[in-house]
Write a protein that binds this ligand. Structure first.
Ligand code: KG4
Ligand code: ZN
Length: 338
């Protein structure tokens, strides 16, 4: 089965084509980052309008890259939740129109489900190796999920305030770095000394929850008192180290509590090199198999949506075309396949 996936939940218009659940035939991403940079963040109305312009060319480019025509596509998948409503509506409308016109089955995919399935693209054999423990670190979410089967998600921990990506983006803004902040902080931190500036870490008792508001306030206070005396690269490295350590230690405790030795780290922040290094060290200590997809599959893309949709269409009935778009939707409520 060949599935074409569509992703428009935020500021990337993407179409991806996946065969057999894990073979990526195309993964075209049109990023709007430059468009939103002047506002310092994503402007929902601007995002929706750009998606309308890009959706058709992006889908056609995906078909072209894969060397396929519409007649070769056996199923469709689209992100319908959570995200910016106007942005989601563009992808969902396109997917429903195609499903109707081409009589194709359509799967409505949760965006975080897509991020989880990016790890199955990176390591296809994982699809038969449950249980899996996954840390999703994106701009909107930071969650530890236990997966016991396809489409079976149990939430073990989540952030009580900002997501990790949000902490990177807001920290970047405090340091005067441009949007999107995560890659900027990461690049600057690589030039600094991560031990020069100590930033606080928060751990929330016995839970596997996260909190990043403390380190963000500590950064604001540090910058206000420092008057630019400390090299900004050292500040960025110290700030990044605090976020990375909180993520790594909490996932390590999840490994110890669950005794699950297959771990995945996915979502945009998983593109961070220091996080990758720290997770690799932890996985060695805990004797775990670690899967972290490469950067193109970590940040928003539609190949991951096509993969999640492929499994949904394999194990469940297609969604009726009456399904809605949702701005907020917990992953744990995603339907269980079997
Ligand atoms: O998964 P994603 O592309 O979109 C959402 O679903 O939110 O994640 C975007 C987030 C942004 O906050 C961005 O700053 C962060 O991922 N990010 C990074 C890096 N690359 C992207 N954060 C830290 N280091 C990076 N190299
Ligand atoms: Zn995402």
């Amino acid at each position: 089965m060949i599935v074409l996936g569509i992703e428009t939940s935020c500021d990337e218009t993407s179409a991806g084509i996946v065969r057999g659940g894990s073979e990526v035939l195309a993964n075209v991403v049109a990023s709007q980052a430059d468009l939103h940079a002047r506002y310092g963040g994503v402007v929902p109305e601007v995002a929706s309008r750009k998606h309308v312009e890009c959706i058709l060319p992006v889908m056609l480019e995906a078909l072209d890259t894969a060397g396929l025509t519409w007649q070769d596509i056996n199923g469709l998948a689209v992100t319908n939740r959570p995200g910016l409503l106007g942005a989601l509506l563009v992808g969902v409308s396109a997917a429903k129109a195609l499903a109707l016109a081409l009589s194709l089955p359509l799967a409505a995919v949760h965006h975080l489900e897509g991020h989880l399935y990016s790890t199955f693209l990176a390591a296809p054999d994982l699809a038969d190796r449950f249980p899996v423990l996954a840390l999703i670190v994106s701009g909107g979410h930071t969650q530890i999920i236990r997966m016991d089967n396809h489409c079976d998600y149990k939430l073990l921990g989540t952030t009580r305030d900002d997501a990790a990506g949000e902490a990177f983006d807001k920290g970047a803004r405090l340091m005067g770095l441009p949007y999107p902040g995560g890659p900027e902080v990461s690049a600057l931190a690589a030039l600094g000394d991560r031990k020069a500036v100590a930033m606080p870490r928060s751990y929330l008792g016995d839970t596997l929850d996260f909190s990043f508001s403390g380190v963000k306030t500590a950064l604001r206070t540090y910058l206000a008192r420092d008057n630019g005396d400390t090299p900004l690269a050292d500040v960025a490295a110290g700030y990044q180290e605090a976020i990375v350590t909180m993520l790594t230690r909490t996932l390590q405790r999840a490994v110890q509590q669950t005794d699950i030795r297959t771990i995945c780290v996915c979502g945009g922040v998983a593109a961070n090199h220091r996080l990758q290094e720290s997770m690799r060290t932890m996985a060695e200590q805990e004797d775990c198999r670690l899967v972290m997809p490469d950067a193109r599959l970590c940040t928003d893309n539609a190949a991951m949506i096509a993969s999640a949709g492929w499994y949904r269409l394999k194990y469940t009935a297609p969604d009726p075309l009456s399904f809605d778009t949702l701005a907020v939707s917990p992953l744990a409520q995603a339907t269980i396949c079997y």
